[in-house]
Design a protein around this ligand. Sequence first.
Ligand SMILES: Nc1ncnc2c1ncn2[C@@H]1O[C@H](COP(=O)(O)OP(=O)(O)OP(=O)(O)O)[C@@H](O)[C@H]1O
Length: 484
Amino acid sequence: MEEDNHTLIYRQDSDLDLSFTSCTNTTISSSSARSSLARSSLCLSFNESTRISSASVPQSSNIPNLHPRPHRKSDPNWAAVNTAANLSSDGALHLRHLKLVRLVGSGNLGRVFLCRLRDYEHANFAIKVVDKNLLTAKKLSHVNTEGRILSSLDHPFLPTLYAHLEASHYSCFLIDYCSNGDLHSLLRKQPSYRLPIDAVRFYASEVLVALEYLHSIGIVYRDLKPENILIRDDGHIMLSDFDLCFNSEVEPTLDHRVERIKSRKQHRTRFGRYTCCNGRSRKYKEEEVVTEFVAEPTTAFSKSCVGTHEYLAPELVKGNGHGNGVDWWAFGILVYELVYGSTPFRGNSKESTLRNIASSRNVTFEDEPKCENPSMAHVKDLIEQLLVKDTSKRLGCARGATDIKRHPFFDGIKWPLIRTYSPPELRGLSVKKSGKARDGLVTVMPKKRRWIWKGLSWILMKSKGSKRNLNSNQNYYCYKKNVV
Ligand SMILES: Nc1ncnc2c1ncn2[C@@H]1O[C@H](COP(=O)(O)OP(=O)(O)OP(=O)(O)O)[C@@H](O)[C@H]1O
């Protein structure tokens, strides 16, 4: 048994719970079961032997020790798991501590069950059970990749690995349970399979932040699609399925960019009040140096053909090697699908879809009645900039999410506060209110509080005596370099 503060690795099969097999006939929960139309991921190995990046091959089957997880320290699920482990005679979590509730789905590698701790009914977990006897060496290496990556994550929009249990020929990962199923099933419940534009912005923003985190620790995800975006009970997302990821080096930088801002010049009057020049408001263009944190694995390189047909980037289809850009292409396809209910290059067969992606055909949008909503124009522009076939011109490839966040489609989003935004109200989505959520994506603060915040930030700026501010693009999560 190995244990650190956060993960308990069970190594003995003394309490092997054979209900993994007996549970398979249980009905799949409708909220979390994946729709039968879900698209399966593709993993071709014909290219892999030649020039695959060494970082993409799992070096060992061992899950490394976890780094501290500052963002989930106060998570009550951790407390429940630790309590169960501490009460055990050897201080370890075992399969016997868990009670399987029902099967929620099956994938390429294994089955996922909803489970609870036997002595604590209030916390739901998902356990992914992999029967290693049934897997080929290639699939086993995917399980190892998934385990290594899960053990390195610490982000609200990514799963927390509470325990990795090895029992006989089963490998089990205990992670967060997402009661609202996946975004693909949710999309199927909407009229014309489309989401309202504000809901698109909500999910796109959360996915963007999750991808930003993965890239900042050198992980290229490669399997972005609505099927892999799970929805937690509070309505926020959790990306899942890390078996197709690959690792790369990443060199973080702090970039300085000059931004022209509009401001109103103000003078202090002798009465001590603020007023505008000549009593009228005048706009001045000012320049401000904005410091941005950029950590994008621009040197990532792999030749394996993995992903899901409709979401594959052209460079991946052509098989000459690909890097970080495949995730930004897939992000463009995702946004398109959320807006239009289908993917832009889909053909009558998988082959014709691949041909459309590899062709020089650009993304097109269906004719719509004239729409007054400026967000529609913005979202189309965002999609066009992401679905650029030439990676050197594709938005995100050079500086990652930092550039994408500045796109007008995301105007008004306060990135550091993203977790506090209320999820959209959608058919088929049942959200447990935490009481802390803000209403709407672009929350307007009461006037009095706005002024207090402005005052505070002015005082902070003065006290630092610096002309350079970090703008809202800065990353607030704990950055870890090459932890995987
Ligand atoms: N944490 C979770 N909470 C709720 N449902 C989950 C969770 N993880 C997975 N599922 C569901 O279980 C099913 C299987 O998930 P899993 O990740 O094993 O398969 P998959 O995504 O098909 O994997 P692969 O793409 O490797 O075949 C999916 O329908 C998924 O929606």
